[in-house]
Ligand binder design. Sequence first.
Ligand SMILES: [Zn+2]
Length: 277
Amino acid sequence: MNYFEILDRIKPRLPVATPVTTVGAAAPQPVRQPVEIPRQEARSLVVDGPQSTFVTVPVETAGLNFEDYRTRITGRLVGAEKANSNGQFWTSGDLAFGVGSVAFGPLNWLHEEKRIIGTLTSADLITPPQTAAAGEAHPYIRAESVVWSYLFPGETYVIREAAARNKLYYSMECISRQVECVGPNGCGAVMAYQDAHAKNDNACDHIRQQASARRFIKPVFQGSAVIVPPVTPGWADSNAELMRAAASREGQQISRFTDDEVITAQILKFVAGANGR
Ligand SMILES: [Zn+2]
């Protein structure tokens, strides 16, 4: 424990051997009776951290609700049949191939790959019903995730603020076997993912110059970022929202903020502080 200092271990009292006293030089040496110490677990730990003191107790005696310790998010992760603003494109078949790789992937903060704040828990390929009123509705992957709020209270706070303003987004991370040059400027060339990513001589001119869209053939999704203002997502429809239980609980806490400038200032201040730690 070089980071925390344990102040106390609160345990059930152990039986203590009765001290044997001797009086006078002639008294015989005491015979120490062995005392059987039953094996017992600590019921509680009081731990002093650098900025906080933690009291750790078993969940079953504290009556805690584990839902209070995580924040559940659901939202659109990635859409098919239309290139996003980053020039990334998937067919419905590509998403059908890749949807199985989404669940259990990492959920990070603003694409900071070492700042994993939770995990993707499930994903489904949704095909919206085609109706004249709805216009062009393309398939997409809807993903659920949890944020480990007890480990990342600051990020959780920002996520809940952003969700209350419909400005919480997913941003997926993906590799693929091959990349195809598509879109209005696309030539249809197919190249290895590594070549397209490196924009090397094996990639076509359009991919190298980012003049076309990139279709990811047989994609593997490697996780997602949580995106909050002022960062904007590549796919404008990648809105995420808090799942009902968490959203209702946070309703009152958010009400003192009145506009986007305030939340943006809060987030910038938070990010600046987080980067300095
Ligand atoms: Zn091309």
